[in-house]
Design a protein around this ligand. Structure first.
Ligand SMILES: [Zn+2]
Length: 413
């Protein structure tokens, strides 16, 4: 077991937090911006010093590979260097920097790998400058079409294609990550669970499935003073009863189900007029496809006529639960046991590059605790000691997988 160098990792995190540093201790490092390119340059420089080969693909994803003794597909560690506007110093970048620390620790201990080890920086994970999020992992996993992505533009009208060309990091399509033995992404939790359970590490088994429905209740507008209560077709009253009823029905399905009535629009939204239309959304997430089916049954079942109003649900979008590779999750858990770190098996409620990469490469994630559960803000914080524990678990997992693959899969190479 090899422990990472705490102070070296802290210095590296602090060095990268200078790229796009904000006045309040956060970073603004939008994808392919000047600040992002500076961070990329620094990443490439460090990887070259470590003897790694650098390639980029047609989405400007950067691949740095430490050769192994065998010529075979690599084990991959990846995440993203870009951030949201006024984001934190850990989101994304930590998965790349703990990868660098893992390789430095290997060098410290004169360990030569059998299998190549690749570090990846995925372009535009946040989707903060160019919609959608997880754009480039999505393109290489065939979730998105590259030609369509090229036309996505930022708030200044600059297209992704223009930013890609100006960055100097646009490479060849043939360099895309297509084949690897495993993909591991370390990330901050971005939620309060690990800290609340006093755990060092999250063993992430997948990404929660979700659905988002929009429910429209249509009634009839009329004068707020002259229309007797018994003669109204008021969608606001119907909608509020419906929300209470859904809260009760969905609350009984499963303890771990989360759901949010996040948006409501009232028409015409005037205090002297009975509304004629109320539209609200419900976002719901859970790991079990069966639970999500029950949720959808409840939501599609609300279609009705009530008190003169019409209720109609429409599904806006959904995603199936992504399950990570069990064998890799088990190795992450064993790594926690080996170091004596407390851990929690969990699902991610947020999206990550790993959810798309999982469709082409066996994948898993490692979470480290977020202080106060805060993320996508300048107050985002993780203890440096927890970052180092994450790096320990990451390296031990890579070494365990390499031993396993060397014994089995590699006979074919
Ligand atoms: Zn992230």
């Amino acid at each position: 077991m090899y422990a990472s160098d705490r102070s070296r990792l802290q210095a590296l995190i602090e060095r990268f937090s200078q790229f796009g540093a904000t006045a309040n201790g956060g970073v603004t490092r939008l994808s392919l911006s000047k600040e992002d390119v500076s961070a990329r340059d620094c990443f490439v420089e460090i990887c070259k010093e470590l003897g790694m080969d650098i390639k980029t693909d047609d989405m400007a994803n950067i691949y740095a590979t430490l050769p192994g003794k065998k010529e075979c597909p690599p084990i991959v560690i990846g995440s993203h260097l870009d951030s949201v506007e006024k984001g934190g110093r850990f989101d994304g970048v930590l998965g790349v920097l703990t990868g660098i620390e893992a390789i430095r620790t290997l060098k410290d201990n004169n360990i030569e790998l059998e299998i190549p080890l690749m570090l990846v920086n995925f372009t535009n994970e946040e989707g903060a400058r160019f919609d959608p999020a997880m754009m480039s992992s999505g393109v290489i996993a065939s979730k998105f079409n590259r030609e369509e992505m090229l036309t996505s533009s930022d708030k200044n009208g600059i297209t992704f294609q223009e930013a890609l060309q100006a960055s100097g990091y646009e490479g060849e399509q043939e360099n895309r990550l297509t084949e690897a033995l495993a993909y591991i992404e370390l990330h901050i939790e971005q939620g309060p669970v690990l800290a609340a359970k006093d755990c060092n590490i999250g063993v992430v088994e997948g990404v929660l499935g979700m659905v988002c429905y929009e429910i429209t209740v249509t009634g009839e507008s009329n004068h707020a003073g002259t229309t007797p209560m018994s003669m109204r077709k008021d969608p606001m009253i119907v909608a509020s009863r419906l929300i209470s009823s859904l809260h009760e029905q969905l609350g009984k399905i499963d303890d771990k189900l989360v759901f949010t009535f996040g948006r409501m629009n009232v028409t015409p939204n005037i205090h002297t007029v009975i509304p004629n239309k109320v539209v609200f959304t419900i976002d719901s997430r859970h790991q079990s496809p069966e639970v999500m089916r029950q949720v959808e049954k409840v939501l599609t079942g609300v279609a009705a006529e009530e008190n003169g109003c019409r209720i109609r649900p429409v599904k806006l979008w959904g995603r199936d639960t992504v399950f990570f590779d069990e064998a890799i999750c088990d190795e992450v858990e064993k790594s926690c046991h080996n170091f004596g770190y407390s851990f929690n098996r969990m699902f991610s409620g947020a999206g990550h590059d790993a959810q798309y990469i999982a469709s082409i490469i066996p994948s898993a994630m490692i979470f480290v605790p977020s202080i106060g559960g805060k993320s996508h803000c300048e107050e985002e914080e993780t203890e440096f000691e927890d970052c180092a524990k994450g790096a320990d678990v990451l390296l031990r997992t890579v070494l365990a997988l390499q031993t396993k693959f060397s014994r089995s899969t590699l006979n074919q190479y």
